[in-house]
Ligand binder design. Structure first.
Ligand SMILES: *Cc1c(COP(=O)(O)O)cnc(C)c1O
Length: 425
């Protein structure tokens, strides 16, 4: 009986793979383009073993760190970059950026509606803003929702600009919302408008989950700054921790002053371990991102075939690595996550159950069996326990693993009696 289900699932997956051949081949093409770009930048900086060496103390003239930052700037086509293990997460990179680029009295605008959950603490929205938030420290804030068609409402953002507006923030990824992610080119119109009529106002894009998915990045389409996490795409599954900011020299310097000290900035900061994982991770990033994309697309296609709605749909162009699927039943959501967890290389013996997480309205079920704790470029899945029981899945270091884990998740849903397969009965 069990073998029978496994065979059904295997044939569903291989059929989907066959149908996806053209889409997968476009992902391979993009991987080649981005790998060549990175390779060219590595060559132009003559990367060599000496760049991997650890440093100590103040870290003055740390060539591994300084070269990595030049490489990041080159890849994003910006003047400068801050790329540090000392930046604790993507949220920490965003916090440094928002505090670094605004002063008390300044006004900032979110051009893509309510930002990712962890930003509510930084900005100080929400019922009880934490001490030290931007709002507590004298910044005002306006949120402009995305248009009905999912794009930025440039006119509304422009209308919200005040004399004291200094920063506009925008988020490329859907995060954990049922909306379309934005393409790098989707920032062009807003960037052009503010640069023409309001020089001095900066556009920062939260680029989390978007890096290397397309041929170009938002900074290639007018965004002044991009910010992200190194335990997502650009760390390639290899970087152990950290965050990055790329942008104009003067902005990056101000942000670095927040990280270390005004006047010292990027000159300070040693790292007692090797920088090799940062170089190697970046070099691997287009490949790892491609593995995650293929896993997401395969998952979408197979679940669509079983009557679920996927966003993005399996044939839609992608701007990030997140896959959302409405599973419609609480037992399915839990079984899916449990299947992903038991098919993980780490903590396969854990069985995720929904739990009340601080900061979330409903219990959340989460699967993550990752080498780097919390790394979501590695295969992970989670969802809030509420209608329509949407699972958000992202990552996979290898497509083979993504494929195996998907089969296991389907098997678990089927065994629990919540997911019928064609050919059942
Ligand atoms: C993950 C993420 C963040 C925060 O990054 P952490 O590393 O988890 O702090 C911010 N914005 C978006 C869109 C993200 O996906």
């Amino acid at each position: 009986m069990k073998t029978e289900a496994s065979q059904l699932i295997e044939s569903l997956i291989s059929r989907a793979e066959g149908e996806l051949a053209d889409i997968f081949s476009r992902i391979d093409q993009n991987e080649i383009i981005r790998t060549r770009q990175i390779l060219d930048v590595f060559r132009s900086h003559a990367v060599s073993y000496r760049h991997f060496a650890p440093s100590s103390g103040y870290g003055y003239d740390d060539i591994g760190r300084d070269t990595l930052e030049k490489i990041y700037a080159d890849i994003f086509h910006t003047e400068a970059a801050l790329m540090r293990p000392q930046i604790a997460s993507g949220t920490a990179a965003l916090s440094l950026t928002l505090f670094g680029l605004t002063r008390p009295g300044d006004h900032l605008i979110s051009a893509t509606g309510t930002p990712y959950d962890t930003l509510t603490g930084i900005i100080g929205t929400g019922a009880v803003p934490p001490p030290g938030s931007l709002k507590e420290q004298g910044r005002s804030y306006t949120e402009i929702p995305l248009r009905e068609d999912g794009k930025i409402d440039t006119a509304a953002v422009e209308a919200a600009i005040r004399p004291e507006t200094t920063l506009i923030i925008a988020q490329r990824s859907r995060g954990y919302a049922w909306r379309k992610s934005l393409m790098p080119e989707d920032f062009q119109e807003l960037a052009d408008r503010i640069h023409q009529s309001h020089p001095g106002i900066l556009l920062m894009v939260d680029n989390c989950y978007g890096e290397f998915v397309r041929e170009k990045e938002p900074t290639d389409f007018g965004a002044d700054l991009c910010v992200g996490s190194l335990i997502k795409n650009p760390g390639g599954g290899i970087a152990p921790t950290g965050g990055y900011v790329v942008g104009p020299e003067k902005s990056v310097e101000r942000i670095a002053w927040r990280l270390t000290a005004p006047g010292l900035g990027r000159e300070l900061g040693s790292y007692a371990a090797s920088y090799r994982p940062y170089y190697q991770g970046l070099f691997m990033a287009p490949h790892t991102t491609a593995q995650a994309l293929k896993t997401a697309i395969l998952t979408a296609r197979v679940l669509e075939g079983l009557g679920c709605e996927a966003s993005p749909g399996s044939a839609e162009p992608r701007a990030d690595i997140i896959q959302a699927v409405k599973l419609h039943q609480p037992e399915r959501l839990v079984a899916f996550c449990q299947g992903i967890q038991t098919a993980s290389p780490v903590d396969s013996m854990a069985l995720p159950e929904p739990w009340a997480m601080p900061g979330y309205e409903d219990p959340v079920v989460m699967a993550a069996g990752t080498f780097v704790a919390g790394a979501s470029i590695e295969l992970s899945a989670d969802g809030p326990m509420r209608e329509p029981y949407t699972v958000y899945m992202q990552g996979a270091l290898t497509y083979a693993h993504g494929r195996i884990a998907l089969a296991e998740a389907l098997n678990r849903m089927h065994a629990g009696g919540t997911m019928k397969l064609p050919g059942d009965e």
